[in-house]
Design a protein around this ligand. Structure first.
Ligand code: ZN
Length: 51
């Protein structure tokens, strides 16, 4: 069984789920990245969310 999880990053402003990552399931820490959000039209902090 592959020890991987899908992580979704959602825009902290409009809550759009814009980015998906595959990560090893080693430690459960929250990811926060500044990424471009199409809905907001600019770079916004994205936070890890479920799904
Ligand atoms: Zn947004």
């Amino acid at each position: 069984m592959a020890d991987r999880v899908i992580i979704t990053l959602a825009c902290s402003k409009c809550k759009n789920k814009n980015y998906h990552f595959q990560r090893g399931k080693k430690k459960d820490f929250k990811i926060e990245l500044k990424k471009f959000c199409k809905a907001c039209g600019k770079q916004v902090l994205h936070k890890q969310t479920k799904g």
